[in-house]
Design a protein. Structure first.
Length: 423
């Protein structure tokens, strides 16, 4: 391992020179680093040891009708088919009257973990006596939040083990995701606990299991909108219900069911400048809330309709974090025509359900590979070295030859170029 010294103290040019020399990068590789660095000052503001920008494609999903309002939905993802599937699922649901989406209060939970507790029952009584004072301390640590109508709401204690007690403090974070604000508030409370109760604090941090910041959405689709590939809509609906049951019964299937939902959710979370790891961890914890990891969405038959439901914790911000500093995020908010975090939550949860519908529809009718194949082959032939002009022909040739691997793509490309040269 080469010595990189105090990399963070170097200028961008020095960092590029340093890494290029140490890692013996070629001229072409250095050029890739330089050409991809589109916004050095922004990168340096956002993260540490910045060298370049890693870009993801952004696409728009259409046909979203949520609470009677139409939305364009920007999605950021590296995975083929996600945007197309999202629009497809949304179009079916729009024809059925659209999504009905709701949000709960926007409370985030902050945790203070107390360790080396000698008498947990006594400590809990002492904390209960101090509750009012502790909530005031928290609010005073970030007073602007209370001025905006947010701030602390409640404090609860729990014994985790003989020597461990946790305080959960619920905080209304208004339009922000709230992690930084909450952490500041918690540290003030932790200092008060140490000072007044002489109690040792292990750590203070928000919980990403945002059970008090939920978003839910439903849709009700008449059978006739579901018929596909010669299958009657009723049969497809029944198969989707079965698929939903399996995701409630089997964790192997549930993980993939939820991955499909998160394909849509993460893409909008990213486009809206939010922290997708926070949303991912909260969603998966919620999927296991009853002791077994299960599918996050459910599909049922009601009358002649297929009824879908999805509920997840969605503590996204409309303000704060990197949202205000990344110009594309403001543009995406404008494209979505949203004015609040709640409206963003309603879009994101609905995208999750549309994505799930599209995936299940494909799985129970034609199988997922068929719909994805052209897009996957496109990535494959490009990885094999095809240029834009060759791409479509090569995909056709791969399909004709029934090949799906990179070695075949390279061979087909070589043969094609030879023939092309020879006329
Ligand atoms: P910020 O630190 O940016 O705080 C929110 C800011 O928004 C405050 O400065 C606040 O201003 C301002 N604001 C303006 N208007 C409003 C309004 N109407 N409602 C609420 N705030 C408003 O971001 P967050 O506290 O939201 O933290 C999010 C960041 O924290 C994300 O980048 C996330 O990745 C990161 N993070 C996540 C963790 C986790 O998930 N475990 C842990 C630590 C960090 P004012 O100061 O005037 O109140």
């Amino acid at each position: 391992m080469q010595n990189y010294g105090k990399f963070y103290q170097k200028s961008w040019e020095e960092r590029i020179n340093h890494i290029s020399q140490n890692e013996k990068l070629t001229k072409e590789q250095i050029q890739i680093l330089k050409n991809s660095a589109h916004n050095k000052s922004l990168g340096d503001t956002m993260i540490e040891n910045y060298i370049t920008d890693y870009s993801y494609p952004e696409g728009i999903a259409f046909h979203y009708l949520i609470n009677n309002k139409r939305y364009l939905v920007p999605m950021v993802t590296e995975e083929p088919s996600v945007v197309a599937a999202s629009s497809h699922g949304a179009a079916i649901i729009a024809k059925a009257g659209g999504f009905l989406a709701k949000t709960s209060e926007r409370l985030m939970i902050g945790q203070i973990i107390l360790e080396s507790v000698e008498d947990s029952a006594k400590l809990i009584i002492e904390i209960q006596k101090l509750t009012k004072d502790l909530l005031v301390v928290a609010d005073q640590a970030h007073p602007s939040l209370k001025k905006r109508g947010g701030g602390t709401r409640w404090l609860k204690t729990r014994i985790l083990a003989e020597d461990l007690v946790v305080l959960n403090i619920a905080i209304d974070v208004q339009e922000a995701m709230g992690a930084n604000m909450i952490n500041t508030m918690l540290e003030a409370v932790a200092a008060r606990l140490e000072a007044v109760l002489r109690q040792q604090v292990l750590m203070s941090i928000l919980s990403n299991y945002a059970t008090e910041c939920l978003a839910s959405t439903t849709c009700k689709i008449p059978y006739e909108l579901l018929s596909k590939n010669g299958f009657a809509g009723e049969i497809i609906a029944q198969k989707i219900v079965q698929a939903s049951r399996v995701a409630q019964l089997d964790t192997y299937r549930a993980a993939t069911h939820n991955k499909g939902i998160m394909n849509g959710i993460d893409a909008v979370v990213m486009a809206s400048g939010n922290d997708w790891r926070a949303i991912e961890s909260g969603a998966h914890a919620y999927a296991a809330r009853n002791g077994q990891y299960k599918g996050l969405s459910t599909w049922k038959i009601s009358g002649d309709y297929l009824v879908g439901e999805l509920e997840i914790p969605l503590p996204v911000g409309f303000i704060g974090g990197s949202i205000g500093i990344v110009p594309l995020v403001s543009l995406n908010q404008k494209l979505m025509k949203i004015t609040s975090a709640r409206e963003l939550e309603q879009i994101i949860v609905s995208v999750g359900l549309a994505q799930n519908l599209a995936a299940l529809l494909a799985l129970v009718s034609e199988g997922i590979q068929k719909g994805h194949m052209r897009l996957q082959l496109k990535s494959l032939v490009i990885a094999a070295g095809a240029n834009v002009a060759e791409e479509a022909v090569l995909v056709d040739k791969m399909l004709q030859a029934d090949k799906r691997d990179i070695a075949s793509a390279k061979k087909i490309l070589t043969d094609y170029r030879k023939k092309d040269k020879n006329g």
